[in-house]
Design a protein around this ligand. Structure first.
Ligand code: ATP
Length: 243
């Protein structure tokens, strides 16, 4: 497996007036890797995700994907190159069937509705929603909706999947099923960058963790090292994790 980075965030700054949401952030993801982006509320995780996905241009710095500078590309252009991301299932999609939601994603790769439908069936099966294809998205349970978000992103055939708090609000057993799905995604050869708050879920799952605090990278490395880092304990994890 190649170790050349798939994604490289280079010295990204994002300022909103006087507020610095991302401060000289650099990180990378190599093919096949699961990387966790963690940190306290307001640390700048969502802002960085938006910069990576192309929803917001950084004030300074660059984003490289698959060896190309994609900083000036739009979100759809980045999606076409292979950056997939989850979105909440928004109202207009709720009145569509589960299959049609995923077909929207698949149409990024093909103009044939028949092919898009076939792809959607395959991805829904993979995501454990094959039996729910024909129901309306608003009839899904909250964990099923999360799976639908993942399925729609996978239908775009990403090389890198950005997961934004897909485990939040799940019961422990639902979260365990979510973890299995993320591992299965990686086993298909898709790299994953995930924002997640629940340390018990994220740390056993990821290969590396990057900790943001006050907009800057506070620490990054193997989960076992990150959880022992005094700065990470003080800024984010708290005393409960010291043991
Ligand atoms: N569009 C915006 N305009 C002004 N300030 C913003 C904007 N978006 C984010 N911010 C600010 O930037 C900082 C970082 O926010 P961000 O949402 O990226 O943090 P986060 O780590 O994702 O937090 P959370 O875990 O609560 O989602 C916060 O202080 C936030 O208020």
């Amino acid at each position: 497996m190649s170790t050349a980075p798939l994604l490289e965030v280079r010295n990204v700054w994002q300022r909103f007036g006087g507020l610095v949401a991302n401060s000289d952030v650099s990180l990378s993801v190599v093919p096949g890797e699961i990387v966790g982006l963690i940190g306290p509320n307001g640390a700048g995780k969502s802002t960085l995700f938006n910069v990576i996905a192309g929803l917001r241009a950084p004030t300074e710095g660059s984003v490289w994907f698959d060896g190309k500078d994609v900083t000036k590309l739009t979100a759809p252009q980045r999606c076409a190159l292979g950056i997939g991301r989850t979105f909440q299932v928004v109202k207009s999609f709720e009145s569509m069937t589960v299959a049609d939601n995923v077909i929207v994603g698949a149409l990024v790769r093909t103009s044939s509705t028949r092919e898009a439908r076939k792809k959607a069936e395959e991805v829904l099966e993979f995501a454990g929603l094959g039996h729910r294809s024909d129901v309306f998205a608003n009839e899904l349970t909250p964990p099923e909706k999360r799976r639908l978000e993942v399925a729609r992103a996978l239908a775009t055939e990403p090389k890198l999947l950005l997961l934004d708090e897909v485990m939040t609000g799940l019961t422990p057993s639902e979260a365990r099923a979510g973890v299995d799905l993320v591992r299965a995604v990686r086993d298909k050869g898709v790299a994953v960058l995930m924002v997640e708050h629940v340390m018990e879920i994220v740390m056993p799952l990821v290969d590396r963790a990057v900790v943001l605090n006050l907009g800057a990278v506070l620490a990054q490395g193997l989960p076992k090292d990150v959880v022992r880092d005094e700065r990470v304990i003080n800024a984010y994890l708290g005393e409960r994790h010291r043991a």
